[in-house]
Design a protein around this ligand. Structure first.
Ligand SMILES: O=C1C[C@@](O)(C(=O)O)C[C@@H](O)[C@@H]1O
Length: 244
């Protein structure tokens, strides 16, 4: 899969994404400037944090050469957005129609009104759909994890994502096993991570386990366990040399 010239290929060096979690336009600009440090392949706008006029950001993003993901994460999946908000669907529609968004991220667990329509609308404009599942409490069993990723795919995603919380190293190993097996079974790119410090290793080994994107940080982290971009890139490059 290629987006704005960026290739997301199975079992290749994962691409680095940084999420912008600003509440104001001023903070957005500052965080966006921070992402110009090199090593960052795509950015995610976590619009659930944002309280200012969104059109200011859409206007700014005209200048962005890297793929941009638009995400609204609800409180239940580690975000700021009260799911009940009627603006949820409206915001996605606006992002899809803005002309500056390359991917949208939709949550699986939320019963998003007209999710299918949002997917169709996005795809008709060449926007890729990431369908994601977060569990901030636990890591699923191997069977459940694989089933979740398959379900995310069946519902029409271009890319599927599983982010889960470990309580032990064994949980991290299980997430990696879910990734290896799901990556072999599904004919779409997958993104997986085990969150928190215990899971940080999973953010480095995507070339081996099958995760095509890894989330790093330059200032404020958007989830627990994200690694600083510089460290992340060094680790990814080291691992890349092992397999090439
Ligand atoms: O889904 C993800 C992954 C993530 O939760 C992480 O653990 O790095 C960070 C989020 O911003 C992003 O939308």
């Amino acid at each position: 899969m290629e987006i704005k010239g960026l290739k997301l290929e199975k079992l290749s060096q994962p691409k680095v994404c940084v999420a912008i979690v600003a509440e104001t336009f001023k903070d957005f600009v500052s965080a966006w400037n921070d992402t110009q440090c090199g090593g960052i392949d795509l950015i995610e706008w976590r619009a659930d944090y944002y309280k200012d006029d969104q059109s200011l950001v859409f206007d700014l993003l005209v200048k962005e050469d890297r793929p941009v993901i638009y995400t609204i994460r609800t409180k239940e999946e580690g975000g700021q957005w009260p799911y009940e908000s009627i603006d949820y669907e409206k915001s996605y529609k606006r992002a899809i129609d803005s002309g500056v968004i390359d991917l949208i991220d939709l949550e699986y667990k939320r019963n998003i009104p007209n999710k299918k329509n949002l997917m169709v609308r996005a795809k008709s404009k060449g926007i890729k759909v990431i369908h994601s599942y977060h569990d901030f409490s636990n890591t699923p069993t191997l069977a459940d994890g694989k089933e979740i990723l398959q379900e995310l795919h069946i519902e029409g995603a271009d890319i599927v994502k599983l982010a889960v919380m470990p309580h032990s190293k064994q949980d991290v190993l299980r997430l990696l096993q879910i990734s290896i097996e799901a990556n072999a079974q599904l004919d779409c790119p997958i993104i997986t991570m085990s969150m928190g410090k215990t899971g940080a290793l999973s953010r480095l080994v995507g070339e081996w386990s099958g995760s095509v994107v890894t989330f790093g940080t330059v200032s404020v982290a958007s989830a627990p366990g994200q690694v600083a971009v510089k460290t992340l890139v060094e680790g990814l490059e080291t691992i890349h040399t092992l397999y090439n």
